[in-house]
Design a protein around this ligand. Structure first.
Ligand code: GLY
Ligand code: MN
Ligand code: MN
Length: 356
């Protein structure tokens, strides 16, 4: 799948132009090999992966989409390759390039001009937003580990345990199942802490009457999953139930509307309107969701601004929440795959309110 992406980019390059990909996710997308450093240089005719000694042996074995070159003075090599290939204009990923990288690249490759017009940022994000069968399979596998971890932890959540203990238990179990890492630092927040959408697990003890929100995901083959479940511990008040049911209703209505041709901000509005009409205006202060893949947050987004049109092959999260400051919060998050005619929910964990 990496070779097809490289060929697609080559087709977009005019004669005399090249693209330098230097970001971690960009390199992974085009080589299938995750490295902390290195460059992919794509010209209309050739593709090179410049990689240092730490990764070189493995890269030669794994990377099929590019010629693998041992690098020691990478930017000088980029300059030489530009000269060999008759390149006079070099595009960079402007969203990722720091100012200092941009300046040293300009100096190293001169007289080749360096272009930061963002053309290839948009193309790459659009390409990455439509998953191949293989990418989808990896995301499904990652979600399976996530669902399995949820079933496991449901048996182990009890009053007296702390948020951090639950988080560590989940992470250890998920990695033992085969996850390559965590898809992001797990959010495990209870009671008053559950009103913090991105709260950090603390030593707070889980108590009777708490909502416990767990937002977590696995990594398989470099691809991520993302799921949130909120469960009640011991008992649940009428107000907690009402908030939970409102979030669930908003989520189900938004998922129901996901299909090719829909505009992202309109999907966000469906969930937001339900929450607002239930009397919780101002309590859902984040976007409804985002695409997921190599990175946990990819383009496009379900929020009040994103005008992207949904396409088959895109994986999106749908994650409305209601957060009552200093009291409690609820978020429910699934990942859906946009099909030719609608969407498929690839998250299988129970969503009806669970009271443990
Ligand atoms: N935990 C990150 C997210 O759900 O977006
Ligand atoms: Mn999440
Ligand atoms: Mn998410």
């Amino acid at each position: 799948m990496q070779t097809e992406s490289v060929v697609r980019l080559q087709k977009e390059l005019e004669k005399g132009s090249a693209l330098l990909v230097a970001s971690v996710p960009g390199r992974f997308y085009l080589t299938g090999f995750e490295t902390s450093d290195g460059y992919v240089l794509i010209t209309p005719e050739n593709a090179y992966f410049l990689i240092d000694f730490r990764y070189y042996e493995k890269a030669k074995e794994l990377v099929k989409s590019c010629d693998v070159l041992l690098s020691n003075a990478a930017l000088r090599q980029v300059s030489e390759l530009c000269e060999e290939n008759g390149i006079s204009n070099l595009f960079v990923e402007s969203e990722y390039a720091s100012l200092s990288f941009f300046n040293s690249l300009k100096e190293s490759v001169s007289p080749v001009s360096v272009s930061d017009d963002g053309r290839f940022d948009s193309l790459l994000r659009e390409m990455r937003s439509v998953k191949t069968q293989r990418e989808l399979e990896l995301i499904r596998e990652a979600q399976k580990l996530t669902d399995d971890t949820f079933s496991y932890i449901l048996e182990r959540i009890e009053t007296g345990r702390t948020e951090r203990e639950v988080m560590l238990d989940m992470e250890f179990y998920m990695r033992r199942l085969g996850s390559e890492g965590v898809s992001f630092d797990f959010i495990v927040v209870s009671g008053k802490n559950s009103s913090l959408p991105h709260g950090v697990p603390t030593d707070k003890i889980i108590e009777r009457g708490d909502f416990l929100t767990m937002d977590f995901g696995a990594v398989v083959g470099g691809y991520r999953s993302d799921m949130t479940r909120t469960v009640a511990v011991g008992s649940v008040s009428d107000e907690q139930k009402r908030v939970y049911e409102t979030v669930l209703k908003a989520q189900n209505a938004a998922i129901e509307a996901v299909r090719p041709g829909e505009i992202c901000k309109d999907i966000d509005k469906i969930a937001r309107d339900i929450i607002n009409k239930a009397g919780y205006e101002g309590c859902f202060g984040h976007g409804l969701g985002h695409s997921v893949g190599i990175e946990i947050h990819e383009w496009p987004n379900f929020n009040t601004r994103c005008e992207a049109v949904l396409k088959p092959g895109t994986v999106m999260t749908v994650e409305p929440g209601i957060y009552l400051e200093n009291r409690f919060g609820v978020r429910i998050e699934d990942m859906v795959f946009v099909t030719e005619s609608g969407c498929e929910n690839i998250t299988k964990s129970e969503k009806r309110l669970i009271c443990l």
